[in-house]
Design a protein around this ligand. Structure first.
Ligand SMILES: Nc1nc2c(ncn2[C@@H]2O[C@H](COP(=O)(O)OP(=O)(O)O)[C@@H](O)[C@H]2O)c(=O)[nH]1
Ligand SMILES: [Mg+2]
Length: 296
């Protein structure tokens, strides 16, 4: 009988990804947009890329398909569901995947698209879920509201406050997606996988161990009581999903990711800068792709 993966195994996978930054692995997996001519071909796998708004989904798609994420079009709030037809080439061959990206913000469009994707009979065989350790971008309207609320409550807007707010939002979005996923995957026959992509790690590379312990059950508790509570909430949701779907059927990986080095700012105030260089960030992207390639 095969041994079931434990959370320690998941943690060891994370540590391998962190080591990859030093080792600079070669390219083993490449992704490109499917050529126009062959777009009608049925996909080998349907994959969903989900995560809260501003957690880095669009940048990840651009980086993985080798478009410069900081290039031409400015970042914007995604209102509509996107479908990317991608050819992923691994040492085992090329697989056509349909990558569905529902909008991340709590919105009517998001709910409709999530319900559609995860309704009876259709379910993704894999999900990449982006989480940003509280460094999700605030879109303009949200930032104004948050600033007003904080001022009214007599609070201070600092990095800790911004992160607490975003980690709370992240848990709510994750809970909703996991509820839908749990039901869809519970009914499905085949094996399924979830890769939690912990994005923007360049911004907190000096505290990368804390990010690991925040997202993988059984890690050390944060010394900040609010963060510790948020972490428990997150890992409870993850554990509930794995027990609902079953550890035999659901493979979970938690992998650090970074795809562009950009300052994190709130309004005009700079709150964090990248703490790694471009080569390290590329190594993380490459390692992430190799994990994705293994699941396909
Ligand atoms: N430092 C840093 N910033 C990132 C990274 N990925 C995304 N961002 C920033 O986060 C913002 C939101 O990312 P985006 O991909 O649009 O998020 P989405 O709403 O999930 O699609 C981007 O405009 C970037 O400013 C990253 O790897 N590192
Ligand atoms: Mg987007």
């Amino acid at each position: 009988m095969s041994r079931l993966r434990s959370w320690d195994d998941v943690r060891a996978g994370w540590d391998r990804a962190v080591d990859a930054v030093v080792q600079q692995p070669p390219d083993s997996v490449t992704v490109r947009s499917a050529p126009l001519m062959s777009r009608l071909r049925a996909p080998d796998a349907a994959v969903m890329l989900a995560g809260a708004g501003g957690s880095g989904k669009s940048c990840m798609v651009k980086a993985l398909t080798r478009h410069d994420p900081s290039g031409a079009d400015p970042p914007r709030r995604s209102e509509e569901a996107e479908l990317h037809r991608l050819d992923v080439t691994t040492p085992r061959g090329t697989r056509r995947i349909h990558l569905h990206v529902p909008p991340g913000q709590a919105s009517y469009e998001r709910d409709v698209e999530l319900d559609r994707l995860l309704s009876d009979g259709f379910y993704p065989s894999g999900v990449v879920y982006t989480v940003a350790f509280g460094y999700d971008r605030f879109w303009e309207k949200e930032a104004i509201e948050f600033a007003a609320q904080t001022r009214e409550a007599g609070g201070r807007i600092d990095l800790a406050a911004l992160r607490r707010r975003k980690l709370g939002d992240e848990n709510r979005t994750f809970a909703r997606v996991c509820r839908l996923l749990g039901n869809a995957w519970h009914r499905s026959d085949g094996p399924v996988w979830l890769i939690l992509a912990v994005t923007k790690t360049d911004l907190y590379w000096d505290r990368i161990g804390e990010a690991r312990d925040h997202y993988i059950p059984g890690g050390a508790e944060s010394s900040d009581a609010d963060i510790a509570k948020l972490s428990h909430q997150f890992t409870d949701i993850l554990e509930a999903l794995t027990s609902q779907v079953g550890k035999q059927k659901l493979r979970v990986d938690v992998v650090p990711f970074s795809c562009m080095l950009e300052n994190y700012a709130f309004g005009t105030e700079l709150t964090a800068r990248p703490k790694m260089d471009q080569a390290d960030s590329r190594s993380l992207s490459r390692h992430f792709l190799s994990v994705l390639g293994e699941r396909l």
